[in-house]
Design a protein around this ligand. Structure first.
Ligand SMILES: Cc1cc2nc3c(=O)[nH]c(=O)nc-3n(C[C@H](O)[C@H](O)[C@H](O)COP(=O)(O)OP(=O)(O)OC[C@H]3O[C@@H](n4cnc5c(N)ncnc54)[C@H](O)[C@@H]3O)c2cc1C
Length: 396
């Protein structure tokens, strides 16, 4: 080989495919033109953005990796992740609406639903004609989600459900609930069953909309079940195998939340860079000061490493390869990156950063939730530690 020439690339490629680039362009254009004008207003009003959610549905963003025959866009997981990143770069509320419908509702219906359930529920949800929500958390079942106290008791051709779910995203507008309940409490995680529940079932009572620190326009509520009769035909997957459904669903869901965090981190970096290039103090733009440059450099490495981890976990998932550790690493790191970058963005803005008008304070409020839902950072670390210990044991 002539000195100075490079061998043909045979290693991993970091280039996105044409479809993925097209998704990025399409979602960015949509987010900039349709969502940016309302993002600050819905943060202030806490109003669920139904009109833009319908537009997301029209663009196929609510059932992205669902095959076309089931009403979805038939794209890969990486495309989905890029879409959530781009939505969240402009408005994290829209990011979580898309993430929940795709990861937490379409995925379990697609993977565990029978043909009839797919036709009845997956098709309209993937098209966004109906919205879904995911009901796992309870007052005493948070990080320890196996501690389900909602009960499902067999009664003829139905199960009768009683209990309370809390912090459910998209609960208000949801038409369909993917809901977990204990069919046999004595068996712990091996006695949990997943159900598809129509939201208008008598005994399904939605609480008032919660007021939150961030992602304020997303609709978070408690859902109480009082003798709600759910047909046996609506068991999702096998009876008593619901905890597997819940965990497998969260395995992909946390990549979606990692993408949401990545979008917020990216938005924070962009805002900080923009302001650092405009603001003048001591007759110089503040971007010339080392202290400011250090914050920008720190934000840049957080964003880039988060993106590598997030895309890697989606790439592995697309190839059906193990990605439990990688998804948790991505979620943990991207969530912290979002909080750090938003915090630096405020610092770069000085007092203006503290004012709602400059947006970066919203980024900090929105970032925090990524460290909490779909498994807190502490839970992600537990998953990563268990995986590395397993790898070590397998290696002998
Ligand atoms: C805005 C919002 C939206 C949500 N959306 C949904 C939804 O759509 N569907 C749904 O089912 N749930 C949803 N959740 C619930 C969310 O997933 C839980 O809040 C989260 O899993 C944590 O559970 P918890 O709040 O009960 O906290 P806890 O589990 O009580 O945790 C409290 C603290 O203890 C730590 N901790 C707990 N156990 C351990 C341990 N073993 N080792 C070390 N530290 C530990 C936690 O990390 C945390 O810091 C949502 C929550 C919020 C805030």
């Amino acid at each position: 080989m002539t000195p100075g020439t490079l061998a043909p690339a045979t290693g991993p490629s970091f280039d996105l495919g044409e479809d993925q680039l097209a998704v990025r362009e399409m979602v960015r254009e949509f987010a900039e033109s349709e969502i940016r004008p309302i993002a600050a207003a819905i943060d202030e009003s806490h109003e669920f953005p139904m009109e833009t959610t319908r537009k997301m549905a029209g663009l196929g963003l609510l059932g992205m990796f669902v095959p076309e025959e089931y009403g979805g866009a038939g794209m890969d997981y990486l495309s989905y992740v890029i879409a959530v990143e781009e939505l969240s770069r402009v408005c994290a509320t829209h990011g979580v609406i898309a993430s929940v419908n795709n990861s937490l509702v379409c995925y379990p219906l697609l993977t565990y639903g029978n043909e009839e359930q797919k036709r009845e529920y997956l098709v309209p949800i993937a098209k966004g004609e109906k919205l879904g929500c995911y009901c796992l958390t309870e007052p005493n079942a948070g990080s320890n989600a196996a501690n389900q106290q909602t009960t499902a008791v067999e009664d003829g051709d139905a199960f009768v459900l009683n209990g309370t779910k809390v912090f459910i995203t998209t609960a208000g507008p949801a038409d369909v609930l993917i809901l977990y309940a204990a069919t046999d409490r004595s068996k712990g995680p091996k006695g949990i069953t997943a159900f598809i529940v129509d939201a208008d079932t008598p005994g399904v009572n939605k609480g008032k909309k919660e007021k939150k620190l961030g992602i304020r326009a997303s609709d978070t509520r408690e859902i109480a079940l009082v003798n709600a009769r759910v047909p046996k035909a609506n068991v999702l997957g096998e009876r008593d195998k619901g905890y597997t459904v819940a965990l497998a669903t969260l395995g992909g869901g946390r990549i979606g939340i990692a993408a949401q965090a990545l979008g917020i981190a990216q938005a924070s970096l962009e805002a900080a860079v923009r302001y650092a290039g405009e603001r003048v103090q001591f007759d110089r733009i503040i971007g010339e000061f080392d202290a400011i440059r250090e914050m920008l450099a720190n934000a840049a490495i957080e964003v880039e490493t988060a993106r590598l981890l997030v895309y890697q976990s989606a790439w592995l998932r697309d190839r059906g390869r193990p990605h439990t550790k990688e998804a948790s690493l991505a979620k943990w790191h991207a969530a912290e990156a979002a909080s750090k970058c938003a915090n630096w963005a405020i610092q770069v803005h000085g007092g203006y950063g503290y004012m709602a008008e400059y947006l970066v304070e919203r980024y900090l409020r929105d970032a925090k939730i990524c460290e909490i839902y779909e498994g807190t950072t502490e839970v992600q670390k537990m998953v990563v530690a268990a995986q590395v210990l397993k790898e070590r044991a397998l290696a002998g």
